[in-house]
Write a protein that binds this ligand. Structure first.
Ligand SMILES: C[S@@+](CC[C@H](N)C(=O)[O-])C[C@H]1O[C@@H](n2cnc3c(N)ncnc32)[C@H](O)[C@@H]1O
Length: 262
């Protein structure tokens, strides 16, 4: 398993931290993709199945295969009540273990930043999708500050804690378009997807972001209880709390879609 894939080992922790935001952005992405119902899909980098469940609910697929290198994420995905029609495999986006033209559509949700060769991953999606089929991806705009968990990165940075943010550059809209072009996809379009992020109060934010999952989680895992206390205080100071204690801000992702040439 690659270093990036090792950042995601616990499906329940991922759910707590990112699940609901993943679902909201996934819904808009699927509407934009405009793929008809009843298709056979592959969900690449499916993780704990947060997006797979949205895909099943929104697109009524005939069949869905999810693939991800993390056993911990895949076993959570298999347990999801809303994803029972899906099959989940362990594997790498850059070497999909499926024959050419085996699916009608491929989606990669919030995963392209963690793949070391994004063009190879996009070319693999093109290979396994039939001519005329759909291939799309979206990723939080990391350099633009679009992550729902951006406040925790800001707080860590202000405390001088270095956090590696893999695949930051690839999440730029122009770079995503270039990857799709280089992978040989056609009729390429891009867009920004904005979502409202809202928490009932600081405790909910802290419970969500102090879980040791993802790139900031890797830094948090190494912190002493004292350092964690400092981080919590800094996060509280920096978050945009409303008079009633609620916390609300915006997250945004870049998306790209294309078609496999006929
Ligand atoms: C942020 S999670 C996204 C999970 C899910 N698709 C969602 O929308 O919530 C990123 C996922 O990419 C996976 N990943 C990392 N490297 C990968 C690779 N080379 N091929 C496929 N998936 C990979 C990780 O294991 C992780 O589950």
């Amino acid at each position: 398993m690659s270093e990036a894939a090792r950042l995601f080992t616990d499906g329940a922790a991922y759910e707590k931290r990112m699940g609901r935001w993943s679902r909201i952005v996934g819904e808009t992405f699927l509407d934009w993709l405009e793929a008809p119902k009843g298709l056979s899909w592959i969900d690449v980098g499916c993780g704990n199945g947060a997006f797979t469940e949205v895909l099943i609910a929104r697109c009524a697929p005939a069949a869905v295969t999810g693939i991800d290198p993390s056993e911990g994420q895949i076993s959570y995905a298999r347990s999801r009540p809303g994803a029972q029609i899906a099959r989940f495999d362990l594997g790498d986006a850059q070497a999909l273990p499926y024959p050419d033209r085996s699916f009608d559509a491929a989606a990669m949700a919030l995963a392209i930043s963690f793949v070391s060769d994004p063009v190879k991953a996009a070319a693999e999606m093109r290979r396994v999708v039939r001519p005329g089929g759909w291939v799309g991806t979206y990723m939080w705009d990391i350099p633009g500050g679009g992550l729902p968990s951006e406040p925790i990165y800001r707080a860590l940075k202000s405390l001088g804690v270095a956090v590696a943010r893999p695949g930051s550059e690839i999440s730029r809209r122009d770079n995503m378009r270039t990857v799709w072009e280089q992978a040989g996809l056609q009729s390429i379009e891009t867009r920004v997807i904005r979502i409202p992020v809202a928490y009932s109060g600081f405790d909910e934010v802290w419970q969500s972001y102090s879980v040791p999952e993802g790139p900031s989680g890797a830094a948090i895992r190494k912190m002493s209880p004292g350092e964690m206390g400092q981080l919590k205080a800094r996060l509280r100071e920096q978050l945009p709390a409303q008079p009633d204690g609620k916390i609300a801000y915006e997250a945004f992702a870049n998306a790209v879609k294309g078609k496999v040439s006929r």
